[in-house]
Design a protein around this ligand. Structure first.
Ligand code: PEP
Ligand code: MN
Length: 354
């Protein structure tokens, strides 16, 4: 993919690039007041949803085209760039007609190749930055596919927004971060700017600061944060919005560490990691060989491959050991489940091999 890493002329590419503004444009006063307070705090890119994709009908579905005029006022009166979400060809045409500077694609839209193609076709021949949120489901190919459709239509100023992934089981986060996905995206498309959306990942105000810091520590390029002049009264996503003053405070607290990690120490530590990873893989292969021997035994003695009690016992003991060694039980469990699944697969191969 041919990607132009500078999203906007005049916006310093120094980390973090900050995009802020309300979840939704609600009224002209709310948009102007929030924008003014953000511009005073040196935010250069304003966000506001004009069309809102709601999980269920009946919620606030966005103010529509009228709100685009307010965004034009924001541009004229604060000098900020403005951005909004587009999900259809009509949204694209309206946004372009009203000189929106940056478009973003929502998580429900990037998950839909038909919608993505429609948007890409509507953008043919237009030079505008487009940010693509991860699809609601953790599918990196779908995320890259959405970016590729835009790129094939000639969009070069592309970026990704990591907003977490929907799960049935909502624990701490509204959307599970699954940081490995944006990290894999960085590996696959090293020039693509990646922006973190702590508001939609966290779903609550108090998680915004730690998520912003984590994103910076992982080398993200920017942050898109929902900010509202009166968050408690917001018409959508009230619990995750912060005032411009709080946002300023959060941004000032961030510790931005150097991304150029070329010190000798680091190189030495990396070598150690590489070598440990190789050892781990060799040990795993050895474990699989033993597992296959057990498979041969099970085949000869006509024993069922999956022995639930044995699996349960392994899990419990290892999770406790892992926790004693300073790892999270959740991590040890995930790891063991993966190892066990591969073990079962290998044993089945043997048992079913005539
Ligand atoms: C939003 O940015 O307000 C939004 C609807 O986000 P997402 O597409 O990530 O759910
Ligand atoms: Mn929102």
């Amino acid at each position: 993919m041919e990607i132009e890493p500078i999203l906007l002329p005049g916006v310093d590419n120094k980390r973090p690039i900050v995009i802020a503004g309300p979840c939704s444009a609600e009224t002209e006063e709310q948009v102007m007041e929030t924008a003014k307070q953000l511009a005073e705090r040196n935010v250069k890119i304003f966000r506001a949803g004009i069309w809102k994709p709601r999980t269920k009908p009946g919620g606030f579905e966005g103010i529509g085209v009228d709100g685009l005029k307010w965004l034009q006022r924001v541009k004229a009166e604060t000098g900020m760039y403005v951005s909004t979400e587009v999900a259809t060809e009509k949204h694209v045409f309206e946004a372009l007609k009203h000189n929106v500077d940056i478009l973003w694609i929502g998580a429900r839209t990037s998950a839909n190749p038909f919608a993505m193609q429609e948007i890409a076709d509507a953008l043919k021949g237009v030079d505008i930055p487009v940010l693509v949120k991860n699809p609601v489901n953790p599918d990196i190919e779908l995320w890259i596919g959405a970016l590729e459709r835009l790129n094939n239509a000639g969009i070069k100023r592309l970026g990704a927004i990591h907003r977490g992934f929907s799960t049935y089981d909502k624990k701490i986060y509204r959307n599970q971060p699954q940081w490995n996905l944006p990290i894999e995206l960085r590996r696959r498309l090293p020039n693509l700017p990646i922006i973190c959306d702590p508001s939609h990942i966290g779903g609550k105000r108090e998680l915004i600061a730690p998520l912003c810091q984590q994103a910076m520590d992982l080398g993200f390029d920017g942050l898109i944060v929902e900010s509202h002049c009166n968050p408690d009264k917001a018409w959508s996503d009230a619990s995750q919005q912060v005032t411009p003053a709080i946002l300023e405070y959060i941004l000032n607290m961030l510790v931005i560490r150097d991304t150029q990690q070329s010190t000798e120490n680091l190189a030495e530590l990396r070598k150690q990691i590489d070598s440990i990873d190789n050892d781990l893989l060799e040990m795993l292969a050895k474990r699989m060989r033993v597992s296959r021997e057990i498979g041969t035994y099970k085949k000869e003695h006509n024993v069922q491959v999956l022995q639930a009690e044995r699996y349960d016992e392994i899990m419990q003991k290892r999770v406790i050991l892992g926790e004693t060694l300073g790892m999270s039980g959740e991590f040890v469990k995930t790891y063991l489940e993966a190892v066990h699944a591969e073990s079962v697969r290998q044993q089945l191969e043997i048992v079913n091999n005539k």
